[in-house]
Design a protein around this ligand. Structure first.
Ligand code: SF4
Length: 366
């Protein structure tokens, strides 16, 4: 559904709530999808390991005649998810290890992850937090966030709060406004960052009420999660425009997924459309985390490096994402792109150019 920003608030809320109701909400709704009996049985078995939810606007993007459709691959459970490979992890990036209070992760001095809900508008098969979403399953309550808010208030080195989850934009406007107001009351906080798939999968949820709930003293950055240019539609365009016009900074992080976006032409189109059509800066391209049952969607690092080297040749700097890996055990995000530095002799550096030729760059400093 395309968003009409002039419609009354009640109608805007009815629109996105209708989009959720008309989508897949439970395992039993898989029966309504045009799958073969064998595919349906396999999907139902796989859904036991990670929840299923697909709002109508995202469901409508699927080409059911294509068994390898990149939208379908992201949300319809696959029997391949039942195969856990050696080395895969329940908590691939060490969220729990760095959790000083419930619903909080503090890995880097100046920022924290806050989990107001463990529920999402869409459940992505590749999610690296799926164990938390499946095992915890709790939504937002004021009381549940109190210890985390007290911890943030007591740590003046924290400047940024990243609302993640679960999907924070799946919460009602009132809850978002409450969380924003509580954070604004902590004087050392400067930036509110929101990580969300809502503008991708349920763009009708980006209502005037939602935008207003997030506006206040803190700088707001919304990090969207588009993985394929087919996810960019008139409705996602309207949602991003509304957030840009509210003054939010928009960035995108994608996950490199085999069979979804592991081709240079697919990534090139995605990055161009994000920047040129949505005004969303491609920020990170994540190497696939070690989430359980996802070996069939991971590429090798060498494949990822080759893709981003070619992207770098084709795209301007503003359209290029940084290829990163989130290391296990809380090692944090580090860049993975192959270095252009070939060697060094004192102040002379041998650096490979975009044309593949190595040149000497001599440092001149006073
Ligand atoms: S919306 Fe985010 S947290 Fe929720 S399932 Fe998808 S990737 Fe995971």
């Amino acid at each position: 559904m395309t968003i009409d920003f002039k419609q009354p608030a009640a109608a805007a809320d009815a629109a996105w709530q209708g989009d959720i109701r008309a989508g897949v909400r439970h395992v039993r709704d898989l029966a309504a999808l045009p799958l073969s009996p064998a595919e349906r049985a396999a999907a139902q078995e796989a859904a036991a390991g990670h929840k299923v939810r697909v709002p109508k606007p995202y469901l409508e993007l699927i080409d059911w005649n294509d068994p390898d459709d990149p939208i379908r691959a992201q949300v319809v459970p696959s029997p391949a998810e039942l195969v856990a490979a050696d080395g895969e992890l329940d908590d691939p990036i060490g969220d729990h290890e760095f959790s000083p209070a419930p619903r909080l992760t503090h890995r880097h001095a100046d920022r924290v992850l806050l989990f107001p809900t463990y529920q999402c508008a869409v459940y992505c098969r590749f999610c690296f937090r799926k164990e938390s979403l499946t095992s915890i399953g709790r939504g937002y309550t004021r009381e549940a966030l109190e210890p985390a808010l007290a911890y943030i208030a007591g740590h003046p080195e924290i400047r940024e709060v990243i609302l993640t989850g679960g999907d924070p934009l799946s919460l009602p406007d009132k809850a978002l406004a409450e969380i924003r107001a509580r954070l604004e009351a902590i004087p050392h906080l400067r930036l509110l960052r929101i990580h969300t798939r809502v503008p991708v999968a349920l763009p009708s949820r980006v209502t005037p009420g939602l935008v207003e709930a997030l506006q206040g003293r803190l700088m707001v950055t919304v990090v969207t999660h588009f993985n394929h240019a087919r996810e960019i539609t008139q409705a996602t365009e309207a949602a991003c425009r509304a957030m840009r016009q509210a003054g939010f900074v928009l960035l995108n992080q994608s996950v490199l997924l085999k069979g979804v976006n592991d081709r240079v032409d697919v990534l090139e189109e995605l990055c161009r459309e994000l920047m040129y059509r949505l005004g969303v800066k491609p920020y990170y391209l994540h190497h696939g985390d070690l989430a359980r049952g996802m070996a069939h969607r991971r590429t090798t690092i060498a494949e990822g490096q080759a893709l981003v080297a070619e992207l770098r040749r084709r795209l301007s700097g503003i359209c290029n994402p940084t290829y990163v890996i989130d290391l296990p055990d809380g090692g944090g995000k580090v860049p993975l792109a192959a270095s252009h530095i070939e060697g060094r002799n004192g102040d002379a550096w041998l650096i490979r150019g975009q044309d593949g030729k190595a040149r000497v760059y001599r440092e001149v400093v006073s």
